[in-house]
Design a protein around this ligand. Structure first.
Ligand code: ADP
Ligand code: MG
Length: 445
């Protein structure tokens, strides 16, 4: 599907709208990795704390909604209940940090809970400097996300209280962007905040439909995503380099074409580089190659030439006899890939060359790993590249792409990038220059 090019627009944020004492419906991305109900990584929950804390500080009544996984109808294994619990703990920590040392917060009064309403997690009460009592750390949860019980729960929320609705995708209407479903969700709030960048490329009821029905603004996480990714596609600092890797060139063709007219340097690695190497006449053995894209790869190289974009392909690669972590492997020049072997990673020389090309850059965007990162022997190129980019002092550095973000997390370097996007598919579409429906639906600043 071809979508219109993204226009350079600024979006209103939660700061630009009066939320005081209002019921604020917030779309968050709590699609966390779960193992039998245990949350393996809570970073998506943590990422929403600034917006939630701000809203609570404004005495808003916070109604959170998210999807989790891909349920076909109701599926208890994909309930957001563990998330409500974790969020409760995080909010308790947060209010603990903000609490003044001279304030007594020993008491934990219990609150009555309605039939469909359970308070998951800590009940705490804090005396605020102005004397008002806010229940600091409880997250209420409903069994569903629409219906009379949910209505009641939303409308009886107190100022500063937090309610999490059950998984939006328990209803097929969510992904169908059903109007009645969007209306039912919208009826819960007075203002809508979207802080779920990771689903902004989908026109679903909670990301797009609702935004048409309520005053709609961006949360802080969404704001940061838009700010950094807009810079990468609209007004980058120069020199500007994009590093594109990952498995398939077919999934990266649109981003390559779009970035070609923006960047000064284009560095290509990972499995998708194989198609370029083959198009250049190199033997790539049994490597992952997309023969249907050889012409397009040539075209990209031709256009780079025309535009004066410096395009770099791997100079050396790590090849393996089999597609397996324990396979015999060695580093060879791209001229010497043995028949029957396959390219699994870029080599040391390639990273050296890439590092030199990046040294003077003021803006660097990285999407897609340099090798088969799932297998430790072939994650080296990506890990080294992460280090190189993290050490660039003068550059705005942006990571887009789910696996790429995982790589920099793995090596503990995420905090040394200017921005690590939380949305894999969404950041890729943004870098392709597409308009994201969830962003488009927010009010312009
Ligand atoms: P992102 O999620 O960051 O956008 P992609 O999904 O495009 O990244 O690509 C990640 C995948 O690319 C990884 O699963 C990795 O194994 C694969 N990959 C990288 N290099 C190669 C290669 N040489 N051969 C096969 N697969 C590769
Ligand atoms: Mg991916």
């Amino acid at each position: 599907m071809v979508r219109p090019r993204r226009k350079p627009v600024k979006k209103k944020t939660v700061r630009d709208i009066d939320v005081k004492g209002k019921r604020v419906l917030v779309r968050v991305d709590y699609n966390v990795p779960l193992d039998a109900g245990r949350i393996l990584d809570d970073s998506r929950i943590r990422a929403t704390l600034p917006t939630i804390s701000y809203l609570r500080g404004q005495r808003a009544k916070v109604i959170l909604m998210s999807h989790l996984g891909r349920p076909k109808g109701r599926d208890e294994s994909l309930s957001l209940r563990p998330v409500a619990e974790r969020l409760g703990e995080l909010l308790a920590d947060e209010s603990g940090r903000q609490r003044r040392p001279d304030v007594d917060h020993g008491g934990t009064p219990s609150h009555g809970s309605g039939a469909s309403l359970q308070e998951v997690s800590h009940n705490e009460s804090t005396v605020r400097p102005d004397g008002a009592h806010l229940r600091e750390a409880q997250v209420q949860m409903t069994d569903c996300c629409v219906g009379a019980d949910v209505q009641r729960a939303a409308h009886s929320l107190g100022e500063g209280e937090v309610l999490l609705l059950e998984n939006l995708r328990f209803h097929a209407e969510e992904e169908a962007n059903d109007f009645e479903y969007a209306k039912a969700l919208a009826s819960l709030g007075e203002v809508y905040v979207n802080d779920a960048f990771g689903t902004a490329h989908r026109a679903h009821a909670s990301t797009e439909g609702v935004a048409r029905l309520l005053p709609a603004v961006a949360g802080f996480l969404m704001e940061k995503e838009i700010e950094f990714l807009s810079r990468a596609v609209e007004h980058p600092d120069r020199p500007y380099a994009a590093i594109i890797g990952g498995a398939k060139v077919s999934s990266k063709m649109a981003v390559l074409e779009h970035l070609l007219s923006k960047v000064d340097k284009l560095l290509i690695g990972g499995g998708m580089a194989n198609t370029f190497l083959k198009a250049e006449g190199f033997n790539v053995g049994e490597s992952l190659v997309e023969d249907d894209y050889l012409e397009q790869a040539k075209d990209v190289m031709g256009k780079a030439d025309e535009k004066g974009v410096r395009l770099l392909l791997p100079a050396d690669v790590v090849v393996a006899e089999r597609f397996a972590a324990d396979s015999p492997a060695r580093r060879v020049s791209v001229k010497d890939v043995p028949d029957g072997w396959r390219i699994m990673d870029v080599g040391e020389t390639t990273i050296d060359v890439f590092a030199r090309a990046l040294q003077d850059c003021r803006m660097v965007v990285w999407n897609g790993p340099m090798g088969v990162i799932e297998m430790p022997p072939f994650a080296h190129g990506s890990h080294r590249l992460a280090g190189v980019i993290a050490n660039l002092r003068e550059a705005t550095t942006i990571i887009g792409g789910g696996e790429t973000a995982a790589v920099v997390e793995q090596v503990g370097l995420a905090s040394r990038f200017s921005h690590v996007s939380t949305g894999g598919g969404a950041s890729l579409e943004f870098l392709e220059g597409k308009e994201l429906p969830g962003v488009a639906a927010l009010m312009n600043a």
